[in-house]
Ligand binder design. Structure first.
Ligand code: SAH
Length: 266
């Protein structure tokens, strides 16, 4: 009886809401995500492998150098049992606190059906390590994927779009239904691909850029003149017609230009 119970725990991981666990049950979608990797993607870091539905397809390609990071001990035990070949490349830990500088000898691709409760934090960590992460492929909630991929003028265009598109070209690949997960999430999902653009750095001060973008979108219905009032510009400067616009009307390069002008008067 005891042996039977022990085997059962290895057969399936109990989903934990606090870890954003929604396991993908559709093999075709897992395979499709794995196939979006390009031949340049050699070092791969999978975030949150869970029961390894995606990992299984990744390790089929012997030329890939794969590491996976999983926070859930029960999932780690499951993976050790079902994918013993992962060995030391299976890291038990939190991606958000993981030291990425020592993982691989060179740059690496991030992949995953990501834990949705920490989507933005994952993306901000990727941005912090952008020069080491030439691409990212994976699944987010549909709404987050839309926010990442949207262009100016779109209602989903916001902080994530501007900050990520400054450094990455984004492709919204396909939408995924709730029904292919166990347990099903409340929202639809979507797979995106991000590829680092050639911009080494912004054409303006990066910190000020982030402040301006965040301040502007925090009151997205207001014109820039009203939302950026807190930054205390001289009155004359605010006469520039750009301040009549709302943040969703500005492209990445418009924001850069605005910040360059702000720098001049500061
Ligand atoms: N990729 C699997 C599981 C998706 S659910 C599948 O498609 O079925 C999200 C996974 O991320 C879970 O396994 C969860 O335990 C893991 N996870 C959640 N927070 C994490 C973190 N901070 N670091 C690493 N893994 C995390």
């Amino acid at each position: 009886m005891y042996i039977f119970a022990a085997q059962l725990t290895i057969m399936r991981v109990t989903p934990k809401k606090r870890l954003g666990q929604h396991f993908l049950t559709d093999e075709t979608i897992a395979e499709q995500i794995a196939r979006t990797l390009s031949p340049n993607d050699k070092n791969i870091l999978e975030i949150g492998p869970g029961m390894g539905v995606l990992t299984k397809y990744l390790i089929q390609d012997q030329s890939l150098n794969i590491k996976v990071v999983e926070i859930d001990h029960e999932s780690v035990e499951y993976l050790q049992h079902h994918f013993p070949q992962l060995g030391e490349n299976l890291i038990e830990g939190d991606f958000l606190t993981l030291d990425l500088s020592r993982l691989f000898q060179s740059s690496f691709t991030v992949i995953g059906n990501f834990p949705y409760n920490i989507s933005s934090q994952i993306l901000f960590k990727v941005l912090e390590n952008k020069d080491n992460i030439p691409s990212l492929v994976g699944m987010f909630q549909k709404e987050v994927a839309e926010r990442i991929a949207s262009k100016p003028g779109n209602k989903h265009y916001g902080i994530l779009s501007v900050l990520l598109q400054a450094f990455y070209d984004i492709d919204y690949l396909f939408t995924v239904n709730e029904t292919v997960f166990s347990p099903p999430p409340k929202v639809k999902s979507a797979v995106i691909r991000m590829q680092r653009n050639p911009e080494k750095e912004l054409h303006c001060d990066e910190l000020l850029f982030k402040t301006v973008v965040k301040t502007a979108f925090n009151q997205r219905r207001k014109t820039l003149r009203n939302s950026l009032r807190s930054i205390n510009f001289e009155k004359g400067f605010l006469n520039d017609p750009i301040f009549n616009l709302r943040p969703e009307q500005l492209s990445v390069s418009d924001f850069e230009k605005l910040v360059r002008n702000v720098q001049k008067i500061m």
